[in-house]
Ligand binder design. Structure first.
Ligand code: PLP
Length: 436
């Protein structure tokens, strides 16, 4: 029993149970019971380890109760078959590029790891699982790609009509097989509300096993800690004290980074960089957590007004605000500031930041102003091609389409239009392919 619910702490679950149900029966998020630090030799010798070995040693303690060693090795090899380069931009500022995966957003790692785990758990099991997920853009493509062709698993993706980019829409509507896209006449918040309602609807859940592929699912959340170790492997010789700035929306990525810190990785500070959705920056200022309706920005994957993983960060620090403040700073930036950072970096270095990475850059620069001797790494969470209109508008340039994206450009979009919750319910209950 490795996980407990953050709601009723006495409720526990194995890794397998936590992955299959996504969220605890009491609606709490799952959290690891123990985080056992890795030996100091792991960090001393990390330069000699492959990314696959690093990932295996970092995640083993959380999953080996339910996945055999050789299977875990296979899952990691399937998940991590691309690079995570650390690129120096200027002086003590580098970026860790997390966009070299199949859908060119960092969510590929979590989505593929979860898909492989769920595929493993449904082997030899006749019960089908339906993954239900709402997306504002990037999650849908990564989940569709990660779960494509996984036996025993059907994926249903809800996305807001006309509110995702052309490339994002193609990534989630053109794959077919076990992936179905529902085009919702509404906003992302409507999609998310419908998904949450379905999880509580017994007429649906008695017929089919539903799970979530958002970052509340531990199999999507935890593997993100790999990034920080991969950065450390590349930076350990040049770096002094390392600071990470993470462009944050639901705060799953940065929270996984904090788990890497608990594993013993030497990190001096985390900076949570947000767009105008500033619930966490405000909390770090005044200790009051006040969720708000989300505000639309150019870094739309971070338009979140009530970040679901922040409760996990608080749990890591035992809700000790002083201890948390020592480790975490948080700053919010406007779209104008974001665009001017994109322009300034492009003019000075030729590097093209996507709007999310630009927010991460801004947070890092703000922190380094008062800590100039530290070594800063901000995470570049998506390839700029995914936000082509913003790039064109801000930098006045066109980008060549990379092969991963070209692959979906000529395919036919297939999506089922729905307009309300009844539409979703009808779809799930009338299609027998989704029954248990
Ligand atoms: C999802 C996403 C984020 C936010 O990550 P969280 O883990 O939700 O904080 C940042 N940038 C991009 C490009 C994303 O797709």
């Amino acid at each position: 029993m490795h996980f407990y619910s953050l709601h009723t702490k006495s409720h526990t679950a194995t890794f397998k149970e936590a992955v299959i149900s996504g969220i605890a029966p009491d609606r709490g998020l799952y959290f690891p019971k123990r985080i056992q630090p890795l030996p100091p030799s792991f960090f001393r010798e990390i330069g000699a380890l492959s990314n696959h070995e690093i990932a295996f040693r970092a995640i083993a303690q959380f999953v080996l109760e339910d996945i055999p060693r050789s299977k875990l090795e296979e899952i990691i090899a399937n998940t991590l078959d691309f690079d995570f380069p650390l690129v120096n931009l200027e002086g003590n500022v580098s970026t860790l590029e997390l966009f070299h995966g199949p859908t060119m957003a960092f969510k590929d790692v979590g989505a593929r790891f979860m898909a492989n785990c769920l595929g493993h758990f449904s082997e030899g099991n006749n019960e089908k699982v339906t993954v239900l997920v709402a997306t504002s853009g990037d999650t849908g493509g990564a989940v569709a790609n990660g779960f494509l062709g996984v036996d025993g698993v059907n994926v249903v993706i809800l996305y807001p009509k006309g509110k995702v980019s052309d490339i994002q829409e193609r990534q989630l509507t053109t794959l077919g097989e076990n992936i179905t896209a529902l085009e919702v006449d509404g906003t992302f918040d409507d999609c998310q509300r419908m998904v949450k309602k379905a999880f509580l609807d017994h007429e649906i859940t008695h017929r089919q096993k539903l799970t979530s592929a958002n970052s509340i699912n531990v199999a999507r959340w935890l593997p993100q800690l790999f990034y920080y170790l991969f950065a450390f492997k590349q930076a350990r010789d040049i770096a002094g004290d390392i600071v990470f700035s993470v462009p944050s929306g639901n705060f799953g990525n940065i929270c996984a980074g904090m788990v890497a810190h608990r594993l013993g990785m030497p990190i001096k500070q985390f900076v949570a960089s947000t767009n105008a959705n500033d619930v966490v920056p405000n909390f770090m200022k005044n200790g009051q957590y006040q969720p708000k309706a989300s505000i639309a920005t150019i870094s739309n994957a971070m338009d979140v007004g009530d970040p679901s993983n922040f409760i996990r960060i608080q749990e890591l620090f035992g809700t000790d605000f002083v201890a948390l403040s020592k480790m975490l700073s948080s700053h919010s930036f406007s779209d104008d500031e974001t665009k001017s950072a994109m322009r300034s970096i492009y003019e000075r270095t030729g590097y093209i930041l996507d709007p999310h990475g630009a927010v991460g850059y801004l947070g890092l620069k703000k922190y380094l102003k008062s800590h100039p001797d530290r070594f800063g790494i901000f995470l570049e969470t998506a390839h700029p091609i995914k936000f082509l209109p913003v790039i064109k508008d801000t930098l006045g340039i066109d980008l060549p389409i990379p092969p991963q994206i070209q692959k979906v450009m000529d395919k036919q979009k297939v999506a089922v239009p729905i307009s309300d919750y009844d539409g979703l319910k009808d779809f799930l209950t009338k299609n027998t392919q989704f029954s248990k």
